[in-house]
Design a protein around this ligand. Structure first.
Ligand SMILES: [Zn+2]
Length: 376
């Protein structure tokens, strides 16, 4: 099974210049191939190798070859159309890069020879260990990223991971599918107090009242921040490997509306999501965002969906009679959604973002970049 891990590299001229040279080489092969209607690697190599070396003399020959391979695959995909490689990227095979996740650096062949580039270590690098077979350097808006393809060997162990569903609401900040409730009682009480004080100070309107108001806002903000930190930490420390959460909402959900605002003010569910995500990642655990569509109307026992199933805080199934706390029922649905979403990610995720992203070779549902072998 193949996975891709992505790391951010320092944006250095050596990388940028390598990508520019690589694109130039790739383009020359593309032009030749579309004019002469061939994607045969041997033919392309014979016809273009010398010319490419003359035009970009400092591009190492291993990269001239991967540029040719990439061009050949693009020609095959596009049926010899005249294409321009716009995206700045470099393909690396196992001869021209070496990835060291324990020492946090990668060694890459560049136009200035073989160089080492550091990156930051994140937990997911430990989750996806295996043989590092291919890589792709991507340069975008003065930033450099490396997608590294990993061949993971002990897949079964990883698929059978435990999934925790998390639902967020008003009376409960978060409810987990393992029956844990994080209620918002204290949050609401403290926020209520601040709101009362703020209203009074606004009413007074003197300069010192204004200063006090600002101090109060800062304190309130830190209290909310701290609450989110505590809850997210408690959740990710649970003995689960996969956390299923509702997808981040860009704007506040309609159903929350006024009532939500009155009760929780500036409290942001998105912030809690972000905290859970990065804390989970730093522990080598996985996040799966799910679409929570109808998760509060669906029966977590029989799957019956109806809006009348929900009676305020209580969930009562009109089909099988199952009764449960409504938020807990929703979190169990999110767990199920998370499980299937997680498995789907496993099987179908298009791995290395190849240039125009269509898989060239599909083996057992996982995508493998063909390695260049043979000629030149
Ligand atoms: Zn039911």
């Amino acid at each position: 099974m193949f996975r891709t891990v992505k790391v951010k590299l320092p944006f250095e001229q050596s990388l940028f210049q390598t990508a520019v040279a690589f694109n130039k080489a790739c383009q020359m092969v593309l032009d030749y191939g579309s004019t002469h209607k061939t994607y045969n690697k041997g033919k392309l190599n014979k016809a273009t190798y010398r010319q490419v070396r003359d035009v970009v003399p400092n591009l190492p020959s291993a990269l001239v070859q991967t540029a040719r391979d990439e061009a050949s695959e693009m020609l095959l995909r596009t049926d010899f159309a005249k294409i321009v490689k716009k995206r700045l990227s470099v393909r690396y095979d196992n001869r021209c890069f070496k990835f060291y996740p324990d020492s946090n650096y990668v060694s890459l062949t560049t136009v200035h020879g073989r160089l080492n580039f550091p990156f930051k270590h994140y937990g997911y690098l430990d989750t996806w260990r295996g043989d590092y077979t291919n890589a792709q350097l991507i340069i975008r808006r003065n930033r450099a990223f490396l997608n590294v393809q990993v061949e993971v060997h002990d897949v079964e162990k990883k698929v059978a991971r435990k999934v925790l569903g998390i639902d967020r609401g008003i009376l409960n900040i978060a409810v987990c599918s393992d029956n844990t409730f994080f209620n918002s009682k204290r949050l609401r009480a403290v926020k209520g107090r601040y709101q009362y004080l703020k209203r009074r100070l606004q009413h007074i309107g003197t300069r010192s009242a204004h200063r006090k108001l600002q101090r109060l806002s800062g304190r309130e903000r830190r209290f909310v921040l701290d609450t989110n930190h505590c809850i997210s930490k408690a959740i990710v420390n649970k003995p689960f490997d996969v956390f299923a959460l509702e997808k981040l909402q860009i704007t506040r959900k309609k159903k929350n509306g006024k009532r939500f605002n009155r009760l929780l003010g500036s409290w942001s569910p998105n912030e809690l999501n972000r905290f859970i995500e990065y804390k989970a990642e730093s522990r080598g655990k996985v996040n799966v965002p799910v679409n929570p569509y109808k998760s509060s109307q669906r029966c977590s026992r029989c799957g019956f969906v109806h809006r009348w199933n929900r009676h305020g805080l209580r969930f009562r199934c009109g089909n099988c009679g199952f009764e449960l706390n409504a938020d807990l029922n929703a979190s169990r649905n999110i767990e199920v959604l998370g499980k299937s979403e997680y498995l789907r990610l496993f099987v179908n995720e298009p791995i290395v973002a190849s240039n125009e992203a269509s898989p060239t070779e599909v083996v057992d549902g996982s995508y493998k970049l063909p390695l260049s072998r043979g000629s030149s």
